[in-house]
Unconditional design. Structure first.
Length: 361
């Protein structure tokens, strides 16, 4: 049916975010950076304790138990915590709340592609800042008039992390706008490099800083959709006001309960993080032996290219065998693949298949 052109003038049309393929036939799914391990056993216990009658009532609209648990974990006040349905909802509400200037917001040209989608959705002007030849942010590009700044640390899909001094320099140069640091992968930086890397440590010093985290990557809870933001209490209040003008009951009962259980079982969390980091470091060495070049990724994934085989060839042939990874056709990164770190057996299988593809290419 042909739509009336005048009608179309009154309809918002945007190019949506494209997530990684969710294929039930995948033998090995390494394309969406999910944690390959189950959540804490304490999560299972909480699920057993829930009663069918619990679902009759609305959940706590303020998620007080979850906020208190997060505040205690980060040694902050409860009023400095905001929670939402995955970090995507938290970030979308941050865009809506904090980016209202006539000046463009700034974020990297190679980064989480949802940033561009939200900017277009909310009619927020933006400028892309080009990463350098090694895929690192150039901090001086953010020392100019702008309406706000957002970047992931570690960045995605490159996995490269910037140190805390780098982040603080950007905050110092931009006291009049909100700077959002998206720390979806910060737990995978590792203890040696990770000490002092999280921007959470800077919140007491800078009232323009918002740090966003997710339970989807390191907490093994992508299926329940939990994310949160940390900032000074005034920024959090503005964020709450916008959320409650949109939907007061965004966080469901189950998500609130299992998120709390996940935080309380910190030993389990740390063991699984160590396991994934160890697998990542081993996997990078194995890739190098096969002729791959890999960035210094500090996420639960690697960003890598082969010296001879095209990324598109490997991507398609792996898919044919039920192994799903991620590939983009963007000119600067079309030679690269992003591979989530799965279990050791999954990565062993992937390496064997890659060896066969490279030898026959």
């Amino acid at each position: 049916m042909n739509m009336n052109p005048k009608l179309m003038n009154n309809i918002r049309q945007v190019t949506p975010y494209t997530p990684g393929e969710q294929k039930s036939e995948a033998i090995i799914k390494l394309n969406t950076n999910e944690n390959p391990y189950p959540p804490s056993p304490m999560v299972a216990e909480v699920l057993k304790e829930l009663k069918i009658g619990d679902f009759r009532l609305y959940p706590d609209p303020d998620s007080k138990e979850l906020k208190k648990t997060l505040a205690d974990y980060h040694q902050m006040d409860q009023g400095q915590v905001f929670v939402g349905v995955g970090s995507d909802e938290v970030l979308a509400l941050c865009f809506l709340t904090f980016f209202n200037s006539r000046h463009p917001i700034l974020f990297p040209d190679i980064t989480y592609s949802f940033y561009r989608v939200w900017a277009n959705l909310y009619n927020i002007p933006y400028q892309l800042q080009t990463l350098d030849k090694d895929f690192r942010l150039i901090k001086y590009d953010y020392y100019k008039a702008n309406g706000g700044i957002i970047f992931p640390n570690p960045n995605a899909p490159t996995g490269i992390v910037e140190d805390l001094d780098f982040v603080e320099d950007i905050l110092k140069e931009n006291p009049n706008v909100v700077v959002i640091v998206d720390e979806a992968y910060i737990d995978y930086v590792g203890e040696s490099e990770g000490t002092g890397t999280s921007a959470v440590d800077l919140i007491p010093k800078y009232n323009n800083l918002v740090v966003v985290r997710t339970f989807s990557k390191s907490r093994c809870l992508a299926g329940v959709r939990v994310g949160y933001a940390l900032a000074n209490s005034q920024l959090i209040k503005y964020l709450e006001d916008v959320k409650n003008s949109f939907n007061s009951y965004t966080m469901n009962l189950v998500s609130q309960k299992v998120a709390v259980a996940s935080i309380l079982d910190n030993d389990y969390f740390e063991k699984k993080i160590e396991k994934i980091i160890s697998t990542r470091e081993w996997f990078v060495k194995e890739l190098n032996l096969l002729g791959f070049e890999t960035t210094d990724s500090k996420g639960n994934f690697v960003f890598t290219k082969h010296k001879e085989c095209s990324a598109s060839f490997l991507f398609e042939r792996l898919k044919d065998q039920g192994i799903y990874i991620r590939h983009w056709n963007d000119e600067r990164i079309k030679d690269y693949l992003r591979i989530t770190i799965g279990t050791k057996p999954e990565m062993d299988t992937l390496l064997e298949v890659l060896k066969g593809l490279i030898n026959t290419a």
